[in-house]
Ligand binder design. Sequence first.
Ligand SMILES: C[S@@+](CC[C@H](N)C(=O)[O-])C[C@H]1O[C@@H](n2cnc3c(N)ncnc32)[C@H](O)[C@@H]1O
Length: 235
Amino acid sequence: MTSRLGSDHLFHKHGTQNWTLQPEVLDLIAEKVTPDMQTLETGCGASTVAFAAAGANHVCVTPSGEEMERVRAVLDAEDLPGTVSFAIGPSQDVLPGKTGALSLVLIDGGHGFPLPAVDWLYTAPRLDIGGTLIVDDVDLWTGAMLVSFLKEEPGWELVAIRRGRTAIFTKTAPFALNEWTRQPAVYRRSVWPQRLRKARNAAALLARGQFRSFAAKFGHERTMSRNRSDERRDR
Ligand SMILES: C[S@@+](CC[C@H](N)C(=O)[O-])C[C@H]1O[C@@H](n2cnc3c(N)ncnc32)[C@H](O)[C@@H]1O
């Protein structure tokens, strides 16, 4: 199967390891990607070969020139179309400021905090509505956080999570980066911890007999809460 070309190759860690996508996700790339598509991935390896085999106009972002050389060797050996370009550098340096519409994005670069989210931040605005976002290694906390956020965020639809490892989303609305009160996943997790913290502080003011400070805080909180309700209602 051309989508799995190079999937047993040791592309990673100076040619000693293979950290490739699971085979069914390589097959998914082959199914979804057509030569008219503009695609981008963070990370490099057999997935890059799969994008090339599908004929996509593809950008691969990796800090490793060595990985690029190994992938290029496979592309040359398999006589695959020269539609892949490499951007060498960490995605957090390479992606900001880049423009151009994308039909599919694969996030599988750095997995440390907050890299999957950074990759999302700089590619999601470029993704077409109806475009596909694939996030690998969502069993890692950094990937899991992004998935928990997107599952509740308007404008994103979870299509599937394959074998607990790879999440697939469709972008359904123009990109928006809202304040936390308008991000359902963030609001739901934050509103009660914040209320409890404020209640504890208010109780401490009362216990110390600081009634003026308490009244001032109470008034301020009522205004803030009213503003927030208005904001949420007007959405
Ligand atoms: C899990 S591997 C990618 C596997 C690849 N998708 C495949 O199917 O073979 C992770 C990749 O992320 C790259 N990487 C590490 N830190 C990165 C960063 N900050 N930006 C972009 N890529 C990074 C590594 O060099 C490696 O290619």
